[in-house]
Design a binder for this molecule. Structure first.
Ligand SMILES: *Cc1c(COP(=O)(O)O)cnc(C)c1O
Length: 394
């Protein structure tokens, strides 16, 4: 029985996140389908250029999904079997898996319980516990849309000789404020060697499957272009020989990680609404913040002016109880994330429960509640009322 807490009743399930597709989006894809190009047409370069402008970075390369972006990042940075790379346990598995694809070893550093982000102090301790050269790279994640302090991460990486890849899947449009007071947008290439984005439907910009890699480094960009398409080039300046007009060379072992033209057409159309979507996410977050400030049993993760709010995460003592109570009321909250080091695959590699106490304590309490631009004020009020009701019963 749903008690009379709010006059509003949802007519359909409310998920934690969802894509927003407009008639303009449909039109853009239809036009692309009717063009001469289904895969590598002019829309790909247009999307890359517009995305690069939006983020404020020199180079952007579209790929088939965010996981492919991470894989190519690891390949471009030449992760070798046995090399050690550090990431956070509170992320989607792909942030760690990309290292494994190349035969590297994944290490984790615990999170800061206030922000949910990798704790750079814990990273420093890990780095200092071994001789220099022991670790090769760091992959921090702008978890939930909160930007990692990449300036601090870069200093740490430089001190210990690591490369830096930012997993910005949650944070297009997000930023942190650097030591000079400047806003540094996620993926802008100022501090990270490479940044990656995902265009999975729950992310800010949806293309179905899709991803992007951004960088300011021309050397890495060149390498990525080659790796995206089988390691093949037709660029006459780069060929070892030239047998004629048909001639191409495969110079590296690459992949087919291309994003098709019709999906980039959707991406371009979605990108036009990125600012509006971000503004709506921030407005929803402000309303949640205000509501939960008055609910002692509910603790949201820390906010920040540059937060991009891919997720809105609260922490409660009885997480499973709340998850189930919300489901009964048509609200489909989700858990982000089950710590990666507790996955059977990573436990087989030697990681154990108890290795990262902050991540595990966070996991025991966290719940991502609805956060997406088309969530209406009424729906959000209903979500808040249902949480309030649950907390009151505790
Ligand atoms: C979604 C996501 C990815 C992977 O993106 P896909 O496009 O689904 O492959 C990587 N890292 C994080 C943090 C993500 O949320």
């Amino acid at each position: 029985m749903i008690p009379a807490i709010s006059p509003f009743r949802p007519t359909h399930p409310i998920p934690y996140g969802r894509q927003h597709i407009t008639p303009e989006d449909v039109q853009a894809v239809t036009e692309a389908l009717q063009s001469d190009f289904l895969t590598q047409g002019p829309k790909v370069a247009e999307f890359e250029q517009k995305f690069a402008e939006y983020i404020g970075v020199k180079y952007a390369m579209a790929v088939s999904n965010g996981t492919a972006a991470l894989h190519l990042a690891a390949l471009a940075l030449e992760v070798q079997p046995g090399q050690r790379v550090i990431t956070t346990p509170i992320t989607f598995a792909a942030s760690a898996n990309c290292v494994r694809y190349c035969g590297g070893e994944v290490y984790f550093a615990d999170i800061d319980p206030v922000t949910g982000l990798i704790d750079l102090q814990a990273v420093r301790q890990l780095l200092e516990s071994q001789p220099k050269g022991y670790f090769h790279g760091l992959i921090p994640v702008d978890f939930a849309g909160l930007a990692v302090d990449l300036e601090a991460a870069r200093q740490l990486c430089d001190e210990f000789g690591l490369w830096l890849v930012e997993d910005a899947a949650h944070s297009p449009g997000g930023f942190f404020t650097d030591s000079q007071g400047a806003e540094q947008w996620c993926g802008n290439g100022r501090f990270a060697d490479l940044s990656i984005f995902s265009f999975h439907p729950v992310k800010h910009i949806a293309t179905g499957e899709g991803g992007m890699i951004t960088t300011n480094r021309p050397d890495l960009y060149e390498k990525l272009l080659l790796l995206r398409t089988h390691g093949i080039t037709k660029d006459s300046a780069k060929l070892h020989r030239n047998d004629g007009g048909w001639y191409y060379e495969m110079q590296e072992l690459g992949y087919n990680y291309r994003l098709p033209d019709m999906l980039t057409a959707l991406g371009i159309s979605q990108l036009r609404r990125a600012d509006a979507g971000l503004a709506r996410r921030r407005a929803l977050a402000a309303r949640y913040d205000a509501a939960f400030a008055g609910m002692p049993g509910v603790r949201p993760l820390a906010g920040a002016p540059g937060h991009a709010y891919h997720l809105y995460v609260i922490q409660v003592a009885d997480r499973k109880g709340l998850y189930e109570a919300l489901r009964e009321r048509q609200i489909f909250a989700q858990v982000h994330y089950i710590p990666v080091h507790t996955m059977p695959y990573y436990q087989d590699l030697g990681w154990k429960n108890g290795d990262f106490p902050h991540a595990e304590a966070y996991y025991a309490r966290c719940l991502s509640i609805p956060m997406f631009p088309s969530l209406t004020d009424e729906e959000q009020a209903y979500v808040i009322a249902c949480i309030q009701e649950f907390v009151n019963q505790q």
